[in-house]
Design a protein around this ligand. Sequence first.
Ligand SMILES: Cc1cc2nc3c(=O)[nH]c(=O)nc-3n(C[C@H](O)[C@H](O)[C@H](O)COP(=O)(O)OP(=O)(O)OC[C@H]3O[C@@H](n4cnc5c(N)ncnc54)[C@H](O)[C@@H]3O)c2cc1C
Length: 498
Amino acid sequence: MAPQRENSPLTQNDLGTAFGALIGSDHVLTDPDSRGRYAHDRLPYANFRAREGALVGTLPDVVVRPGSTEDVVAIVRKAAADDRPLIPYGRGSGVLGGIIPLGHEIMVDLRRMNRILDLDRENNLVTVEAGMNGEDFEAALNEAGYTSGHLPQSLTISTVGGWAACRGGGQESSRFGKIENIVVGLEAVMPDGNILTVRPLPKRASGPSILDLIVGNEGTLAIITRLTMRIWKLPEAETVIVLALPDRGAALSLARRIMQAGLHPRIVRIYDEKETRGRVEGIAAFAARPVMANIVLCGEPGIVAAEADLVRGFAAELDAVETETAPFDDWRAHRYTSITKQWLDKGYYNDTIEVTVNWSRVASLYDTIAARIAAVAPDAHFSAHWSHVYPEGVCQYMTIRLPPMEQDKALPLHAELWEIATGETLRHGGSIAHHHGSGLFRAPWMDAEHGEGMAVLRKIKAALDPQNLFNPGKLGFAPRPGSIDPYRDRAPDADQNG
Ligand SMILES: Cc1cc2nc3c(=O)[nH]c(=O)nc-3n(C[C@H](O)[C@H](O)[C@H](O)COP(=O)(O)OP(=O)(O)OC[C@H]3O[C@@H](n4cnc5c(N)ncnc54)[C@H](O)[C@@H]3O)c2cc1C
């Protein structure tokens, strides 16, 4: 795609020379084609705009590829001296526009920092550089007999640093936790160029958690250079249970009961009627029971057998029927592939929205969003599944899809569907984001999400990054003066509180 906006070529030459002197000219990219590859991530809205050759933001002024923490420090100090903003880049798999440049940023591509530095078998810890690809990381751990437990659908196209920066969640989060439960230590470069280290200890009571300030910062407060993460031995035994249930309420009750009883399922996946239908063709049990739950238990054989007995007992009380495991086997075979591109290629407007809500509100949240979307866009697809479950609540992962139509009709409608899903989540006491992060696209809802907490975050940002150098304009923080307004195309009546 041809770049829509371009910065001065003189600037690129100067930057290339300056950063080449710091980290080697082979590791600095200044030509428009290379910079164009860093102009957007997988934000669906950006993909829609790309159909008409438009960018949501702009190109970075320069791309730098550090090979060490010392390189990152040198880059940050130079950027601070020149008052130029930076964006840390993992692999650009984010879906909220977190790496989209808004004006004159230096893109810091961390992929050369891709080594496992230490595997500590006594303490079950691994220390890894932030730019390591997820698939390579998990393969290396598997070879040593371990798993990280963090297996996002984007495993093959993301980095470990990106996982921590976005506060991500893997498909096995119900057992191993989200990334914030897996990362126990880290190293990061701060906006003043100082190196922050959090030692990998089990628990502490020495004031607020610095670790939690950095995990989830999306490049706005710190550039993560190393992570120390929990690892687990590959499980000895596994049992897969696929159930047909009479309705969504029964399936969600089953998940709640499993988690509140203290079981540790590897996977819990519950699909609404629409998503079930697409996965169970030819299986008779689903004719009368249209909602599917997949429960996978793993670990020591004795514990797995006991947990499987309990799950089957809970399921029987909810009038569930156990069926063949083919739907789960099929999901597992394709667990790291996405169908989004197929819809995009056919001209549809496909997007996903993952939110968090307590068990007491989940049924109402689903019904309300489904009804409101049907009212404003009768042709729109709306469906959901629930695959990250906790004792107190659940992530509702929703797919919205508009059929092919003129872009000037589709984009305001797409914005309205987001507004409905996000506004209703807030009205139901939920959180606007479970694991994709907030980036650019969710920035308008950050005040409603956090209330006074957002004022606290803004004060922290101002104190740590007084020049507003790190990923400006993301996470609800202010952009730099003269930045591109990414929302210039949004529906004018979009109301941030729904
Ligand atoms: C098909 C598909 C499926 C997905 N499935 C999942 C899923 O199952 N679970 C899930 O959690 N997410 C999922 N995602 C979202 C995305 O993959 C994650 O958010 C991922 O963690 C981003 O990693 P990345 O390395 O590509 O980061 P990028 O996209 O490169 O960056 C994301 C944000 O993190 C910042 N950042 C990146 N690296 C660093 C660093 N080292 N230090 C500081 N900030 C940094 C960037 O500045 C940006 O703001 C999916 C995305 C796609 C396209």
